[in-house]
Design a protein around this ligand. Structure first.
Ligand code: BEZ
Length: 327
């Protein structure tokens, strides 16, 4: 992380000449829902260190992980009023307010984690950020991600139809709700901090989750089957309050944009490097391990497309075109 910070700080100095900025010193607050050891939290801390270094100590960032400032809906509201300065947030929450972002959750838009990273770095993805100040009241500086989505459950399945009737935890947002409804499970929307207890006490039969958190939070201890489906990517976005942004000098805006974009982008590389290791760790636990592709979900993918082609507008064909080019 130190090397990453030094690289980001020296890039900022080289490109924009920010050395010695002292006027308008700010103590920024950045919120996220992920726990302290999570890749996103470490990247947020790295961003804070890089900003402090590049501003000659004028600016500091205090990172509040693990939902200390509220859930993502609450943090987005705080960003809108200016009560919170910055956040690293799932696109899920943004897509609840700007449906075009639902296009990122098209099942099998990305073939794998490398492809997901390339799509998130595409011009089509970047173009979607432009509407955020007007539609949501925040500035989106760039994308990161968590790993591909998998299903951890109890009882094997030849196809998604075999999961019918199971209660599967999903992240609370519409694109994933529509997908799970399309193959007949009982999707149970639940924020991340509630997942461990719900799985451990049998409130849900399984969870939609990524490999990192299955390993780091030991979810596999309360399930007997991992179905590696890679069915969706899980983008994150670096956000600055529109109100706070408007009060910053052009120089500070450029410095924050560059350093925060580099920090969220670094998570894309982290998942490309580490995703397979986490999957291997899950396999090594000895739970039943299946691999499945789009055919596992039958016509649920078409059912999702039918709903979201309308809701996501031009964003879906634009991201599909980028995905095809980047294959
Ligand atoms: C989830 O809700 O599953 C989730 C949220 C943030 C990061 C990773 C996963």
């Amino acid at each position: 992380m130190k090397i990453f910070n030094a690289m980001m700080a020296s890039a900022a100095l080289a490109v924009t000449g920010f050395a010695g900025v002292q006027a308008g010193a700010e103590e920024f607050r950045l919120g996220l829902i992920t726990p302290p050891p999570h890749v996103w939290t470490l990247a947020a801390e790295g961003f804070g260190e890089a900003l402090s270094e590049a501003s000659g100590g004028a600016h500091t960032v205090t990172v509040f992980p693990a939902r200390q400032l509220g859930n993502e809906a609450e943090m987005l509201q705080q960003l809108q009023t200016g009560a919170l300065d910055m956040a690293f947030m799932t696109i899920a929450e943004v897509s609840n307010r700007a449906p075009e972002f639902g296009a990122f959750y098209a099942p099998y838009l990305a073939n794998d984690i490398e492809h997901a990273a390339a799509i998130l770095r595409s011009d089509a993805a970047r173009a979607l950020l432009e509407q955020l100040p007007a539609t949501v009241g925040v500035v989106g500086v760039g994308y990161g991600s968590a790993g591909m989505r998998q299903i951890l459950t109890n009882g094997g399945a030849e196809s998604a139809a075999d999961l019918s009737g199971q209660k599967i935890r999903i992240t609370p947002f519409e694109p994933i709700l529509d997908f799970y409804n399309a193959f007949g499970v009982a999707p149970t929307p639940m924020p991340l901090p509630a997942v461990f207890d719900a799985l451990a006490n049998g409130q849900v039969d399984g969870i939609d989750m990524d490999a990192e958190l299955i390993v780091v939070l030991n979810y596999h201890e309360h399930a007997d089957t991992m179905i590696q489906t890679n069915h969706m990517m899980f983008p994150m976005v670096g956000l600055v309050s529109g109100r706070v942004w408007a009060g910053l000098s052009a120089e500070d805006q450029a410095m924050i944009e560059e350093l925060m974009a580099a920090a969220v982008d670094s998570t894309l590389d982290t998942y490309v490097e580490r995703e397979q290791g986490w999957l291997d760790e899950i396999r090594a636990t000895g739970i039943s391990y299946q691999e499945a592709g789009p055919e596992f979900f039958g016509d649920a993918i078409d059912a999702w497309e039918a709903i979201w082609t309308e809701r996501a507008g031009d964003a879906l064909p634009a991201l599909r075109a980028a995905a095809a080019e980047l294959e």
